[in-house]
Design a protein around this ligand. Structure first.
Ligand SMILES: [Zn+2]
Length: 256
């Protein structure tokens, strides 16, 4: 195969994750979209992600079928599936190709990027409380309010006795409560990058690819007149940023 599968090992091991709630939100979203949107082609997640090497516009996946038309000989041409290509779609709304980058076969690019994610056993972490008990104190106060409400509503002597005893217990716990400050950190979700990728839909995959591109850089790079994918094209001039936790917004984070 002529195309070099070069995933440059600039980033060999990295942690990145998505908060659980964002995952849930996305699942809901993709469910809601079913029936509304046309079905995406299998690897549509790559479309609009990579930059055009010539003009820095966006590369879009050009797939689908060839048009049905008559050839010059008059024989009807049956529409055939196109070989998927990544083509320059230019900038923003204009969606005009720069014409300098003529496009490349999409499949090798899709295979390399998908392979990178599908084989990454790095654990997904979620931002969550790892210490702290202030929420327990809140619950005790809420419980106390409930007891007070029931006390003022009941006429039953036995119930009054029970509630007064309960109130005593809760008040004692509140008085003796030692607050431990909340601490939040990233903790494993039990899911790996590979698992997330392999079970994810197109929207989720696009989010993962976009996140990696935004934090490490992901670009088409020409090497010995062959195209490859270069990872880690940003951040090299800012190592302190590259080493820390980067919140990419939308719940996506990574650590390297
Ligand atoms: Zn271009």
């Amino acid at each position: 195969e002529a195309w070099a599968h070069k995933v440059e090992p600039v980033v060999d091991s990295a942690l990145w994750w998505r908060a659980n709630k964002v995952l849930e939100a996305n699942r809901g979203e993709s469910r809601a979209n079913k029936g509304g949107r046309p079905v995406a082609s299998p690897a549509n997640w790559i479309s609009g992600i990579l930059d055009c090497p010539a003009c820095a516009g966006k590369l879009y996946l050009n797939a689908g079928m060839t048009p049905a038309r008559h050839s010059r000989t008059g024989k009807p041409r049956v529409p055939k599936p196109r070989t998927p290509k990544l083509r320059c779609g230019g900038h923003a709304k204009r969606r005009l190709s720069c014409g300098e980058f003529t496009g490349i076969d999409a499949q090798p690019v899709i295979d390399v990027v998908a392979g990178m994610f599908a084989n990454d056993t790095t654990e997904i972490l979620a931002f969550q409380r790892v210490a702290g008990n202030a929420h327990e104190l809140d619950e005790l106060h809420a419980g106390l309010r409930k007891i007070q409400a029931r006390l003022s509503a009941t006429e039953d002597d036995d119930e009054l006795d029970t509630l007064v005893a309960e109130r005593k217990t809760v008040k004692a716990r509140i008085e003796g409560f030692a607050i431990v400050a909340d601490r939040f950190d990233y903790a494993p979700t039990g899911q790996t990058v590979a698992q997330m990728w392999n079970t994810g839909d197109d929207t989720l995959k696009r989010g993962m690819v976009r996140a990696v591109k935004a934090s490490w850089g992901m670009a088409l790079a020409e090497h010995d007149r062959q195209w490859g994918i270069a990872i880690g094209t940003t951040g090299q001039d800012a190592p302190e940023r590259a080493m820390g936790i980067v919140d990419l917004g939308n719940g996506l984070c990574f650590r390297r």
